[in-house]
Design a binder for this molecule. Structure first.
Ligand code: ADP
Length: 202
């Protein structure tokens, strides 16, 4: 099983990815987590990405494509993977198509979590407040200004992927405003419907 999770920041991609990992015994590949690890470790990629990420902008395509190209080669990804936060631009999606084609692999589905943006800001603000109350450091980009940038980047650069995958017949949209369990159940349903369905309009 090879899946993509699409949705704006705070949509619940990470939460659902973890559940899919258990259900399908595949690995979760989160470019955000990998980049944050690179920043923490101070690697050349991390140094390059640090300020860009803090501002809520996207790191260059070639950086994340190289990371993913390496990562899907690892033995633990042989069984399948769920991409969380990648691709985020049309050129990244095209690069992914090439990477998979070269290896004789294909995607099973691109799952879109549809959410109301007005509620996302509240979700992230609440998470930051809770972390602060516990004395934990918030993510450098979990502030209202960077979140606004992240949403803008999503709208301008990532949302076009909904059409991109609909055109390939791979798009499966679910209501991301329902409870965590309900969203998980809805994803299970759309995935069991199979990938041969006609493209959905959206
Ligand atoms: P969220 O989905 O909450 O915005 P992520 O953890 O997926 O958070 O990503 C955090 C940041 O990492 C992004 O705002 C961006 O700067 C960088 N990033 C992650 N994945 C990509 C990607 N595929 N392309 C470009 N930048 C990325």
């Amino acid at each position: 099983m090879r899946l993509i999770l699409l949705g704006p920041p705070g949509a619940g991609k990470g939460t659902q990815a973890q559940r899919l990992v258990e259900k399908y015994h595949i690995v979760q590949l989160s470019t955000g987590d990998m980049l944050r690890a690179a920043v923490a470790a101070g690697t050349p990629v991390g140094l390059k990405a640090k300020e860009i990420m803090a501002r809520g902008e996207l790191v260059p395509d070639e950086v994340v494509v190289a990371i993913i190209a390496d990562r899907i080669e690892k033995p633990d990804a042989r069984n399948g993977f769920i991409l969380d936060g990648f691709p985020r631009t049309v050129p990244q999606a095209e690069a992914l198509d090439r990477l998979l084609r070269e290896r004789g692999l294909r995607l099973d589905a691109a799952v879109e979590l549809k959410v109301d943006e007005a509620i996302l800001l509240g979700r992230v603000e609440r998470r930051v407040a809770e972390m602060k109350a516990r004395g934990e450091a918030a993510r450098a980009d979990d502030n209202p200004e960077s979140l606004k940038k992240r949403l803008e980047a999503y709208r301008a650069q990532t949302a076009p992927l909904v059409r991109f995958y609909a055109d390939q017949g791979l798009l499966r949209s679910v209501d991301g405003m329902a409870s965590i369990d309900e969203v998980t159940a809805a994803i299970g349903r759309v995935l069991s419907e199979g990938a041969s369905r006609a493209p959905t309009a959206s």
